[in-house]
Design a protein around this ligand. Structure first.
Ligand code: FES
Ligand SMILES: [Fe+2]
Length: 392
């Protein structure tokens, strides 16, 4: 479930999906880069026409790194003897070979299929023809703004995914300032939460007392294979809270580190921006400060990093003692295991839509950042993917 290299069960499953490999703004045409994704070192570059290539990182001629190449002549020119490769890996020029030689036609650089949309660069690193691109509305909609955030966490991607359906950690790890809990930890508010799972989503719905008497907040976080965490999918399009998307892909760099790609989509309202100001950083938690020098325990990210990397770069799950409060974690693993098993059977893993057309977009219907509900009121909600016709 954790190893991501080619030929491993999880690695083979991850390679059946389109995965983000970079933010668009990080790939400039004057700066080819080496990135590591799914345990493979890869060259990523943007050609003169703005197209992105993701290829093996070394030149097939005599093996120097293409990272030092120049963008020109319809691709990237190797710094050593000037062979040129385009974004599809085709060899276009070999300056040292005789005029009229067809040697270049016999040379190719391994290149992966790329799709650039919504400020992200996606790649398909699997076998055969790529499946249709999942046209999520938060990537394709033009009537709003997007913000991006990313970081590398030095642990296996499943350490991080285990955390997404773990609402208890929020009150303990992040919540020591809540309700005077710093002085009195038993006052930390542990949410009531329900775990839902089907063949596409594992979710929790947490209920917390809201600011309004007689009402409570419902908040949902969902995981869908392979690595997508949906903190907010904007609920239904007619939701009074309005549409807002907040999603994160936890893409393995290799077995021991993970790159998060975080995207938020803010729709325009009456032509105006609805972008929310970045939340001020968390108040410091003085009791925790300085207990370890490695992580900044005064920020949510530092707290999560400390706990997740502290489990070991790959958590030893055989040594765990899972309780009732871990039932969300269990569902994340079951869903991921089911995806791996589907690939091993020769089937498509969950979420691959072979019949998706270019006139459709996919909308995640989840409650996300919350809705206010009368205490005791039964609310039926299951996260789902809705197809929207021609809304681009
Ligand atoms: S090593 Fe790249 S052209 Fe010779
Ligand atoms: Fe957290």
């Amino acid at each position: 479930m954790t190893r991501v290299g080619p030929g491993t069960p999880a690695g083979a499953t991850l390679r059946r999906y389109w995965l983000p490999v970079s933010f668009s703004h990080e790939i400039k045409s004057d700066e080819p880069k080496i990135v590591r994704r799914l345990g493979e070192d890869l060259l990523i570059f943007r050609d003169e026409q703005g197209r992105v290539g993701l290829t093996e990182p070394t030149c097939p001629h005599r093996g120097t790194s293409l990272e030092y190449g120049w963008i020109e002549a319809g691709g990237i020119r190797c710094c050593y003897h000037g062979w040129v490769f385009d974004v599809n890996g085709r060899c276009l020029e070999q300056p040292g070979e005789p005029v009229g030689s067809n040697f270049k036609d016999k040379i190719a650089l391994k290149a992966y299929a790329i799709r650039e949309v919504g400020g992200l660069i996606f790649a398909y690193m699997g076998p055969g023809a790529p499946p249709p691109f999942p046209r999520y509305d938060f990537l394709f909609r033009q009537d709003g703004e997007r913000t991006y955030d990313g970081y590398v966490r030095e642990c296996n991607f499943l350490n991080q995914l285990d955390n997404c359906l773990d609402p208890v950690h929020a009150t303990i790890l992040h919540g020591r300032e809540v309700n005077g809990a710093r002085e009195n930890p038993e006052r930390a508010e542990n949410p009531e939460f329900e775990v839902l799972a089907d063949e596409l989503f594992a979710s929790y719905v947490a209920r917390r007392q809201g600011p309004v008497a007689g009402k409570e907040w419902h908040r949902e976080v969902s995981y869908t294979p392979p690595v997508l965490v949906i903190h907010d999918g904007g609920s239904t399009p007619d939701d009074p809270n309005g549409y807002f998307a907040d999603v994160a892909w936890r893409v393995p760099v290799d077995d021991y580190s993970t790159q998060s790609f975080i995207l938020k989509f803010f729709p325009f309202k009456d032509g105006q921006s609805t972008k929310r100001p970045k939340r001020a950083s968390n108040r410091p938690a003085p009791l925790l400060r300085g207990t370890r020098m490695k992580f900044d325990m005064t920020t949510v990210n530092g707290q999560d990093a400390a706990a997740q990397i502290g489990q070991g770069r790959i958590a030893d799950r055989a040594a765990e003692h899972l309780g009732y409060s871990d039932r969300g974690v269990i569902q994340v693993r079951k869903l991921w295991m089911a995806a791996i098993q589907a690939v091993q059977r020769g089937d498509d893993p969950p979420g691959i839509l072979r019949d998706l057309t270019d006139s459709e977009m996919l909308h995640f219907d989840v409650v996300g950042s919350g809705r206010l509900v009368n205490i005791g009121e039964m609310v039926e909600h299951r996260p789902r993917v809705v197809r929207i016709q021609g809304m681009e």
